[in-house]
Design a protein around this ligand. Sequence first.
Ligand code: ZN
Length: 499
Amino acid sequence: MSQTVESFQAYLKKMNHYQRVCALLSWDMYTKTPKQGYEGMADALTYFSTQLFTLSTSDELQKLLDALSQPEEFEQLNEAMQYTVRYMKREFEKDQRIPKEFFAEFVAAQSASMQAWEEAKRSSDFSLFAPHLEKMIDMTARQCAYTDPGRDVYEVLLDRYEEGMDSAAIDRVFEELKQGLIPLVKQILAAPQPDDSKFHTHFDADAQRKVQDLLLDYIGFSKEAGAVGESEHPFTLGFSMYDVRVTNHYYENDALSAMFSAIHEGGHAIFQQNARPDLEGTPAADCRYMGIHESQSRFYENILGRNRNFWLPVYPKIQELLPALKEISLEEFYREINHVRNSFIRTEADEVTYCLHIIIRYEIEQAIFRDHVPVSELPALWNKKMQEYLQITPSCDSEGILQDMHWADASFGYFPSYLLGNIYDGMYLETLESEMGCVDTILAEGNVLTITKWLNTKIHQYGNLRLPKDVIEKVCGRDLSAKPLLDYFTRKYTALYHL
Ligand code: ZN
């Protein structure tokens, strides 16, 4: 190993130590830190993040990356190291193009915007947030002009979360889905709805914790390489592939929320736990493509978790833990976890209408960055689309345009990845069934872990090595298409609602 490679690896290790401290502070702040201790933790996190940023933009790192990019050095590197050098060099160059003053101004404006959004959402008063949203849009466009001069702003934003998926590809599949879903949702909503009254009862939080353990075990989450915590909103945080943690939140009046969060976050965690060991400690070990990551959490949550047979082997055990479920047959349970409602809030939506919630956000982001629709007109645009796609109009902006925080902290371009995840899932399902047979049967036989193995082999092991479109091409052998997802919805809900 050359001297440069050794120095680079030592440098990478140092950065990993800082990353670990930052992650540990975040984990603690979200799960355990008492109210009065929060500020001190936040201060420490700012300090270590700044140190990390300094390390990632230092002259020393630049020299190492330049040296390792020379063909004679580069060819000596293994795949993980080649990926790391290429990835870090590109990030380094992007960061360098952003003026330090602008960066600081943006961070401050984001935090002011988040505060204004919280207040606006609480009082359902869009006017409080509007000037901040304008600023976020303007600063985002400026940031893109620094990092990617001359490129279309919205393409740059899409690239941040799902590299290589451009708006032409997304337009095509979202449109395909929309055209199929609007009439399907209309039909479903016109059909008789299941009675959910038995679900409105009390579910002990401690028992729900046990159910979460059982479900994580069932789908293949490794406790040797993972841990569980509690937080206001469920999330997954990986320190390394050997330590991936998930959180949950238990509502005593709703058992389903925590069950499906357990499966969703478990899916994210299983992905990271199963990267190839030689990627560990490099940026290749954890997938940064949001659509691909979401496709894993959602495959477990929706494709498997909302399949009746997924529950066959475990439902009796869950009924023992949550006796209120003894009143509810597996059939009734299955009906309720696939109850389609046209509701206002994205995060509470079922798997079918969820897609339309995302399409609305995607179309509005395009209206913002492509058509330059003024911020003052966005709430009305939102409500119009809700009426058109879901046949309901929000009565106030807090259940409309103010509900998500993504635009408050300038995460424009993030929303489409959620739906891309669902679309990928339709394609994986089609491929999985053509290779392994019917998923209903695999699940009925209690073999969910063979599906986890399939995902490990096809997707998880590669971490971040493959671009999203290459993952799709390699796993499914075909171009991106919404048809498999649409077929899955049509098949499943035609039977469920007797359409
Ligand atoms: Zn997720």
